[in-house]
Design a protein around this ligand. Structure first.
Ligand SMILES: [Zn+2]
Length: 320
């Protein structure tokens, strides 16, 4: 297929330019922000201010990564995209267990029930109440464009395996691409192999935060499966050696089509408009200079445009 599904509608992938591949653009009040108030990203004027700066730097698309019932607000996302001119992909799928109360429906529903909810987000529109209650109101023009799942630093639980199966069902049924959370790049290989076993199209599967794993040989094993990886910690390292740039130097020439980049700036203290730093523009200002210092500037187009276009476009659904 040739399109990407944004919160304002489908667009041909060729219309996508510079892309931030793992973002937190909108995080409205939810269980996660009650525990971590620093995650809250719902002040429309501040969000707009930061995004307009990115628009000036020609940013085209941001992949927002808060899935169901973890702070989504499709109405706010749509308004933000409309008023800034930046395309936004809003996901379906589900986040780490710790971001939901213990009695949450995610732990009760079957594989089929979760699949149906995720498919409805992609095909019929995201519930404006983000599945916070029994009333569900879908706006067919606000559809999800990606499916998210998350694992932790331990072997997958039965519940997580059920989520994997639901996510791959939805991917094959709807054609939507998959993005995952890994915790510090651990269990990335197990994620990739499980997706392969379940029959996902690995050209459209991207594993996040893998640069936080210090072992580049391990990352090579992950990439050898065919999945892509997302790096987002270049601005985080406090050490003289920047592990993200070191990984890029080691891996880019060997796997040029399987790496994308993002900010994952889930704390409002990273946003200039909230009085924080480095600001979301880091990736379009400092990062390119660091690539150039390492003679990696030829990969800029792949990291920011060509690879995201492929990964985040829809595949041909199996049921059609
Ligand atoms: Zn994230």
């Amino acid at each position: 297929m040739n399109f990407i599904r944004t919160i304002l509608g489908d667009i041909p992938k060729e219309q996508i330019g510079l892309t931030y591949s793992h973002e937190h653009v909108v995080i409205d009040h939810c269980f996660a922000t009650d525990i971590h108030p620093e995650f809250l990203l719902n002040d429309f004027e501040k969000l707009k201010e930061e995004l307009l700066e990115l628009k000036k730097l020609e940013l085209s698309l941001m992949i927002d990564t808060m899935p169901v019932n973890a702070g989504r607000n499709p109405v706010l996302s749509a308004k933000l995209s409309k008023e800034t001119g930046i395309h936004l992909i809003v996901p379906t799928g589900i986040h780490q267990e710790k971001y939901y109360p213990r009695n949450h429906w995610r732990f009760q529903y079957s594989e089929d029930q979760l699949s149906d909810l995720f498919i409805a987000d992609i095909e019929k529109g995201i519930d404006r109440y983000d599945y916070n209650g029994p009333i569900v109101e879908r706006n067919p023009s606000h559809r999800a464009g990606m499916i998210k799942l998350a694992t932790n630093e331990e072997p997958f639980s039965a519940h997580q395996e059920l989520i994997f199966r639901a996510v791959v069902n939805v991917h094959l049924h709807s054609g939507a691409p998959i993005l995952t959370h890994t915790t510090n790049g651990t269990f990335a290989l197990e994620q990739a192999l499980f997706f392969e076993k379940l029959g996902a199209n690995l050209d459209h599967v991207v594993l996040s935060h893998v640069d936080r794993n210090p072992d580049s040989r391990y990352i090579e094993q992950v990439l050898d499966t065919g999945v892509s990886v997302e790096f987002d910690s270049a601005f985080r390292w406090k050490t003289p050696e920047n592990q993200t740039y070191t990984h890029l130097e080691t891996l880019l020439s060997k796997y040029p089509h399987q790496i994308v980049v993002g900010m994952d700036a889930a704390r409002n203290s990273y946003w200039k408009s909230y009085g924080g730093k480095p600001g979301l523009d880091y990736l379009l200002t400092t990062f390119p200079k660091e690539l150039k210092k390492r003679n990696l500037e030829d990969f800029y187009d792949l990291l920011f445009i060509q690879n995201p276009r492929r990964i985040f476009s829809f595949i041909q659904p199996q049921n059609s």
